[in-house]
Design a protein. Structure first.
Length: 262
């Protein structure tokens, strides 16, 4: 980690950026933020390397810093004085403290299925606070940070979001744009609504099937002769025969006829 302690200036900055980008592209570091298999595998990985998640968050922060630095350098039009003005303006001690606070809140959040809506509301709220820190600056890099946070959310979502997010990232690639956090949440919201609708339809179908089975069993019993019975001189209205066809109202062997009233 000695390379991080060098004093940066306008002559060695680009070399430092190249080194950082090289680290970020290493497969083992990339795995730190993408390896989320089964819960058992995650627990096993955490036991082998307890600070794995902290390293992943740190890499995301470095990535954010590198991208911001590139933008500052580009906007300064390679003028060292302008570049350092933009950099110093952005990296004021109080600003750094506030940025770190919000970034830590966001990157330490666990995205679980059971409270995904509440968790995303928390992330969106802290990202909004983070954006406000850049409102008075000469340059506004909030879109870059927003994109980094959006990618962190996509990487750490539960498995059932995987296919939806892959389609969403493919669409962003075709449109040549970075995913924003607001757009990512909108895709997630539609997916959750779709799941809820499917669950509601499944519940209604299950209830309808249950009712059909009950009615079918009742009809089967009646087909097997399990009907309400009449008695001599009295016709039960719940039986399957009409009153005019009821044998119990047609009299006995002696031709006597009687009708029971109720």
């Amino acid at each position: 980690m000695g390379e991080f302690t060098i004093e940066l200036n306008d002559t060695n900055y680009l070399d430092w950026v190249s080194r950082m980008e090289g680290i970020l592209t290493l497969k083992n570091y990339y795995g730190l933020v993408t390896i989320t298999k089964t819960p058992e595998e995650v627990i096993a990985n955490d036991k082998l390397e307890p600070r794995r998640r902290h390293k992943a968050a740190a890499l995301l922060k470095i990535n954010c810093i590198v991208r911001l630095g590139n933008k500052f350098y580009s906007d300064s039009k390679k003028d060292p004085a302008t570049f350092w003005k933009l950099t110093q303006e952005f990296y004021q001690p109080k600003s750094i403290q506030n940025q770190t606070s919000y970034l830590n809140k966001i990157f330490s959040t666990h995205l679980a299925d059971e409270n995904i809506k509440e968790t995303m509301s928390f992330i969106l709220e802290n990202t909004l606070h983070l954006r406000t820190l850049f409102s008075g600056l000469t340059i506004s890099p909030e879109s870059l940070i927003d994109s980094v946070i959006a990618m962190w959310v996509i990487i750490n979502l539960p498995d059932r979001f995987k296919t939806t997010m892959e389609v969403w990232l493919g669409k962003c690639e075709v449109e040549k744009k970075s995913p924003s956090l607001d757009d990512t949440w909108e895709v997630m919201r539609k997916f959750l609504q779709h799941c809820e609708n499917n669950h509601e339809h499944s519940s209604q179908a299950l209830l309808a099937t249950k009712n059909n089975n009950i009615n079918g069993n009742q009809n089967k019993k009646r087909q097997d002769g399990d009907y309400p019975k009449c008695s001599p001189g009295w016709h039960n209205p719940l039986t399957r025969d009409n009153e005019s066809d009821c044998n119990f109202l047609k009299g006995d062997k002696n031709g006597l006829s009687s009708k029971k009233t109720i």
